[in-house]
Design a protein around this ligand. Structure first.
Ligand code: XMP
Length: 558
């Protein structure tokens, strides 16, 4: 075989290593059998109906995965340099190649793993992914006359294309690219065009497709249907990835893993730990003990409500520890946000360990780790964003306890966790609870944290929550909360001068907290919240609304 190139009946492949090619071709051969239709009653967890998304570093790669899951098809995201064996281990029915910042003609441009095209499974290339298909299969990509960024109108010229079945002939799409497909690879033709891109969609008419635009973003309204067409019409998926199937399969695998062992789980009151615990409880019942640590930094009535749900409604074994004094003592005099996080994280581990020891021999620890965290930790160092804040520092595994981890939500996105939670019978208000940071109110009090300030903030937070829920905006918002600043300002109440705290309101919309926009709350609602806070919360005489987005701000103030 000639080094660097290999001819197959339909593809010309650019690669670097002959041995690698032969090894991968072996794997590709094995793959021929995995496309068999599922038998009725079979449960799919990656085994049969899965899609492998190869990530070339696009900011939208997570979104592709979410869209595929929204179509009830299981998928996993793999870095472009992941070993092919790992990619194939989920037995994909097709591949999606993501976009990315590179240009295919750059020297070190990341390439599609060898074996993907040879597998003869369907491939959908998006933006850079499309350019890769072109480049690797013998076409030509070159810089466009101008960068195309923003909305464009796509005209479908191949009415028989399965990707556009049932869709209008002209659709709005979102472009973000500099390079263009100039010559198509042999056997490919253009299926759609825009004003600036004659080859906005290319296809070999059967299994390989390239899209110059981004179907995964909300700005391409029919994007989800294009993806669905690829999954259902091209890859032959049926949409079997459902909460019910996931639960059944998880229960079986948890039982198999735990057998007669003992499991502990830290509950935070949040949806992730709640769903993880409920799932494990459904599998092994009272072999699971949950530990709920009240760090004194929770919102009003939060510990009571959570305990009530777990113990009374869900009949789970929960050890409750009120460690408020211990945490507040540790936080005395601490003003730096990262120091607060560090102290809270360390105290949590101490309390948790002490309680766990009292339970005797424990074998497993359950955690509500979600897929975005897994993806993030698999990101190469070079790509990882600079650390702005130390998140997820509460609930971490105390290293010396040496427990085996059970992470049943490891491959789920937040919206899937919610669907699973509802299916498991968790109450609505727990499932739909807005995210709340591990260090709690401590990072919403600027400066030192103490009991008085916590009480003031709890009062303001209670009113915000109450009014947002009354206005039926709670679920629409990613987070809505109050911040107690360290600013005092002059006010007048009745005939008296006041010198009180400034409270800030924060309400943001977001998909995943990576970016967020400040919410355009109605003025009358802002007025009500402000009025109630200054009238009902002693010590506060001024309320302001935070109108910055993320970036450049962050969601929390600390
Ligand atoms: P930022 O403030 O970075 O927050 O825009 C993004 C999301 O993360 C939450 N957050 C935290 N969660 N421990 C957590 O468990 C933390 O230390 C922490 N800091 C921020 C924040 O509420 C938002 O949802």
């Amino acid at each position: 075989m000639k080094k660097g190139k290999e001819e197959t009946s339909s593809h010309r492949i650019v690669t670097t290593d002959d041995a690698e090619v032969s090894a991968y071709l072996e794997i590709a051969k094995e793959l021929q059998g995995v496309q068999a239709a599922p038998k009725p009653g079979e449960v799919f967890h990656g085994e049969k109906e899965a899609i492998a998304i190869i990530d070339f570093g696009s900011q939208y790669s997570h979104l592709i995965a979410r869209r595929v899951r929204e179509c009830n098809v299981y998928c996993e995201l793999f870095p472009h340099d992941a070993p092919l064996k790992q990619i194939m281990s989920i037995h994909p029915r097709g591949f999606i190649l993501s976009g990315g910042p590179a240009s295919v003609y750059e020297k070190k441009a990341p390439l599609t793993p060898v074996g993907v095209y040879e597998s003869h499974l369907p491939v959908l290339g998006i933006c850079y992914g499309m350019q890769l298909i072109t480049h690797q299969l013998g076409g030509k990509v070159a810089p466009g006359a101008k960068r195309e960024y923003g909305p464009a109108v796509l005209h479908v010229s191949d009415e028989r294309s399965p990707l556009f079945k049932g869709l209008p002939e002209s659709l709005s799409v979102w472009m973000s690219h500099g390079d263009q497909v100039i010559d198509m690879p042999p056997g490919f033709k253009s299926s759609a065009y825009t004003e600036n891109s004659p080859n906005a969609v290319i296809s070999d008419g059967r299994k390989s497709f390239g899209l110059q635009f981004h179907p995964e973003v909300a700005h391409t309204p029919e994007g989800i249907n294009i993806i669905k067409n690829f999954l259902y019409r091209v890859c032959g998926c049926k949409g079997t990835w459902t909460p019910g199937n996931f639960i059944n399969e998880s229960i079986n695998s948890i039982r198999e893993q735990v057998r007669r062992g003992k499991v502990i789980c830290a509950l935070s009151g949040g949806v992730d730990s709640a769903v993880a615990a409920k799932l494990v409880h459904a599998a092994i019942g009272d072999q699971l003990t949950c530990i709920f640590v009240n760090n004194g930094l929770l919102r009003r009535e939060e510990p009571e409500r959570a305990l009530n749900t777990f113990r009374k409604n869900l009949r789970m074994k929960v050890v409750y520890v009120d460690a408020t004094d211990q945490f507040l003592k540790k936080l005395k005099g601490v003003t730096d946000p990262e120091q607060k996080r560090k102290h809270i994280g360390q105290e949590f581990i101490k309390v948790f360990e002490r309680q766990a020891t009292k339970l005797g021999k424990i074998d497993f620890l359950t955690q509500g780790t979600l897929y975005p965290d897994v993806i993030e930790s698999a990101t190469p160092e070079s790509k990882a964003a600079a650390k702005i804040k130390t998140h997820h520092n509460v609930g971490g595994l105390p290293a010396k306890m040496a427990l085996t981890l059970i992470e049943p939500l490891r491959y789920l996105f937040k919206d899937e966790v919610r669907r699973v939670g509802l299916e498991l019978g968790l109450p609505d208000d727990m499932v739909w609870r807005q995210p709340f940071p591990g260090p709690g109110l401590a990072i919403r009090i600027i400066g030192e944290v103490n009991r008085d300030k916590l009480e003031i903030l709890r009062g303001a937070d209670w009113i915000v929550m109450n009014e947002i829920k009354k206005a039926k905006l709670y679920r629409e918002m990613w987070q809505t909360f109050a911040i107690l600043t360290d600013v005092h300002s002059v006010g007048v109440m009745g005939d008296f001068r006041t010198y009180g705290y400034l409270v800030a309101l924060r309400a943001v919309t977001s998909q995943d907290a990576m970016t967020a926009d400040w919410a355009r709350l109605p003025y009358p609602l802002l007025a009500t919240i402000s009025n109630r806070i200054v009238n009902e919360v002693h010590g506060v005489n001024r309320v302001v609304y935070d109108i910055t987005s993320k970036p450049p701000s962050t969601i929390e103030w600390e």
